[in-house]
Ligand binder design. Structure first.
Ligand SMILES: NC(=O)c1ccc[n+]([C@@H]2O[C@H](COP(=O)([O-])OP(=O)(O)OC[C@H]3O[C@@H](n4cnc5c(N)ncnc54)[C@H](O)[C@@H]3O)[C@@H](O)[C@H]2O)c1
Length: 436
């Protein structure tokens, strides 16, 4: 009998069947990329609405055009189901389920555990399983491996296991899945080689590392690096305001240095599924080893105070004009956590709106990507732009700089603007425009 690795190697070089468990921001673009590479793709998700939407060829992720999805679904190259048994015949299975935080900021790996249990139930000889969800170092070895080996299989011999972090930046057209080098850490050299062969179908460059823990740590380092640098620049913004200096001008000038500097930008706070959570996966893990991380904790402290800082800016600006926050009419522009996406997970806008409402402000919001949002159990609807009446509000608060806004028109129509993103940076300074 041919060794399992050899058969899989041939399958991965031809027209393999690839299973994707979890069809969200990470899983759906990946499923589409594999289907475009000629693989037959089977996506599994527990969310019935997502499965139904994919079956109709209707995309719910900005980076996946509906036309592309519909074409692949109609051609039978990508199908979605909620039945894990559909992955029985897959050559490779990639896990892209969420990894949120629990109530005390501890890792909640329950989605990984349930996906792994489900896959363990159908795993067979010759399959490759890759975990892509961001998680603490050791997850692949400690959570996945024992579940799969309990099936009587041996990693590296008759099934293959690897970790490969997803590094996409949703909404980023310049660096797509194909352009971003793929880090791959296998349980054994054969696992790594086969996972590399899988991803070579959809990415230009594979970066092999010595094992899954290293690959898991690479992702946490990247996101901790971003979180710490954003905290640093947020603190710079606070210091610059105290000194009457524009932090945006400082960053722009510093960024002309061709080496040793990389620009990060301040804002109303961190958001999204990754940056506010991922560093805590590492904190939790190293605490178990008796080490108390300091940068992560400190950066988190600064970043988490930014929504409150923005609320204070609003209160101060109104106060200077003889107004209280109570009964002030405030129009928030943008509730997604970053520009040109619809993702509101952990968006600082939610906390800012909630605090302003708790202080008695009358808050309306507009977001071209987010028709409805729930703030502290109250559902709010985006005002229609034609009804937004920028000039009728006491203050316009820019929280997300979506590319569709006409900033010049907004600034000229508004009575008072607080801009936390330097969206109005290209316009001449005006006394009624206050930038972070
Ligand atoms: N969103 C990003 O920008 C990004 C970037 C890089 C890495 N990541 C990481 O990728 C992972 C996935 O993130 P996401 O943003 O795609 O999450 P998401 O919530 O958009 O998608 C995850 C999907 O998994 C499904 N799911 C949950 N449990 C399941 C199970 N047991 N079986 C099958 N499906 C299941 C959910 O229904 C959901 O559709 C996380 O670990 C995240 O940290 C995210």
């Amino acid at each position: 009998m041919k060794p399992a690795a050899e058969i899989l190697r041939e399958r991965l070089a031809g027209t393999p069947t690839v299973g994707v468990s979890g069809l969200g921001y990470v899983g759906l673009p990946l499923a589409v990329a594999f289907a475009e590479s000629g693989a037959a793709v089977v996506g599994v998700d527990l969310d019935g609405d997502r499965v139904a939407s994919i079956r109709k060829g209707q995309s719910f992720i900005e980076d996946v055009p509906t036309e592309t999805l519909a074409r692949l679904v109609q051609a039978g190259r990508l199908r979605a189901t909620n039945d894990i048994a559909a992955l029985r015949n897959a050559d490779a299975i990639v896990i892209c389920v969420p990894t949120p935080l629990g109530k005390s900021k501890e890792p909640d790996i329950s989605f990984i555990v349930s996906a792994a249990d489900a896959i363990a139930g159908i795993l067979r000889r010759g399959q490759l399983v890759v975990l892509e969800s961001t998680t603490y170092p050791g997850t692949t070895q400690e959570i996945l491996l024992p579940r799969f080996e309990a099936r009587g299989l041996k990693a590296g011999l008759n099934f293959f296991l690897a970790f490969s972090p997803e590094r996409i930046d949703p909404g980023n057209r310049r660096y797509t899945l194909r352009d971003i080098p793929k880090i791959v850490g296998g349980l054994t050299p054969t696992c790594r080689e086969l996972a590399g062969a899988l991803y070579a179908r959809v990415t230009k460059e594979i970066v092999p590392v010595s094992g899954p823990e290293t690959a898991e740590m690479v992702k946490l380092f990247e996101n901790t690096f971003r979180s710490v640098n954003i905290a640093l620049v947020n603190e710079f913004a606070i210091m610059c305001r105290r000194l009457g200096i524009s932090v945006w001008e400082v960053i722009g000038a510093a960024a002309t240095k061709p080496f040793g500097y990389m620009p990060f930008y301040p804002g109303p706070g961190l958001g999204g599924h990754c940056l506010p959570s991922d560093p805590h996966y590492l904190s939790w893990k190293v605490r178990l080893e008796g080490y108390e991380p300091r940068f992560i904790t400190f950066a988190d402290e600064i970043n988490r105070q930014m929504p409150a800082y923005v609320v204070q800016m609003v209160a101060d600006a109104l106060n200077e004009r003889g107004r209280a926050v109570r009964r002030a009419r405030i129009l928030v522009l943008g509730v997604a956590y970053k520009a040109n996406v619809a993702d509101t997970r952990d968006s600082p806008a939610l906390e800012i709106i909630e605090t302003l409402r708790a202080k008695g402000a009358v808050v309306a919001y507009h977001d071209p990507f987010v028709p409805r949002v729930t703030v502290n159990r109250t559902e709010l609807a985006s005002v229609r732009w034609s009804d937004a009446e920028v000039g009728a509000h006491d203050l316009v608060l820019i929280l997300t700089a979506h590319g569709t806004y006409d900033w010049a028109a907004i600034v000229s129509g508004a009575r008072l603007v607080i801009d936390t993103r330097n969206a109005t940076g290209g316009l001449p300074p005006a006394p009624h425009v206050i930038r972070l």
